[in-house]
Write a protein that binds this ligand. Structure first.
Ligand SMILES: C[S@@+](CC[C@H](N)C(=O)[O-])C[C@H]1O[C@@H](n2cnc3c(N)ncnc32)[C@H](O)[C@@H]1O
Length: 135
């Protein structure tokens, strides 16, 4: 994101160790520790966009965080999230992303085709990336 010209990149993660690793990249203007399943320590609508990679997956963050993230982005901004394609239905993400669309919170603007992510116990798992515009 910095290479693409984004001047201010604010990082947020539950894990202090992950934040230390993030800090070592020198890409972030701020780093904060906390949970996406609780109110965020940011003013509502503070951000032009929220981007999350590898967080909406088994053992990490459930769909309740979608509304939290959308609330941190200004109207007209974007939320971009990566998913394991096999988790979208099974972990309840699809139901919540559709609920937020019907509620007028956000509107889907892009859903990528599945692309190879990992091989798990001999089985290929794909990822997809979805982007919504916050309304
Ligand atoms: C698979 S790692 C991906 C890390 C990083 N985004 C990347 O792509 O390398 C999942 C991350 O989700 C974070 N995480 C799990 N539960 C969380 C929560 N409730 N709130 C915020 N971050 C959480 C973990 O600490 C971990 O850093």
């Amino acid at each position: 994101m910095r290479a693409a010209g984004v001047a201010n990149v604010v990082g947020f993660d539950l894990s202090p160790a992950m934040l230390t690793r993030a800090g070592a990249t020198l890409a972030y203007t701020e780093l904060h520790q906390g949970s996406l399943l609780e109110p965020l320590p940011f003013a509502p609508g503070r951000f032009a966009a929220a981007v999350s990679v590898g967080v909406f997956t088994c053992g990490h963050v459930g769909p309740a965080a979608f509304a939290v993230l959308a609330g941190s982005v200004a109207a007209g901004g974007h939320v971009t999230l990566s998913f394991r394609s096999d988790a979208i239905d099974s972990l309840g993400y699809a139901v919540e992303m559709d609920r937020l669309e019907r509620a007028g919170t956000w509107q889907l603007v892009e859903r990528t085709e599945p692309a190879p992510l990992i091989v798990e116990q001999g089985k290929a798992v794909d990822m997809i990336v979805m982007t919504w515009r916050v309304l």
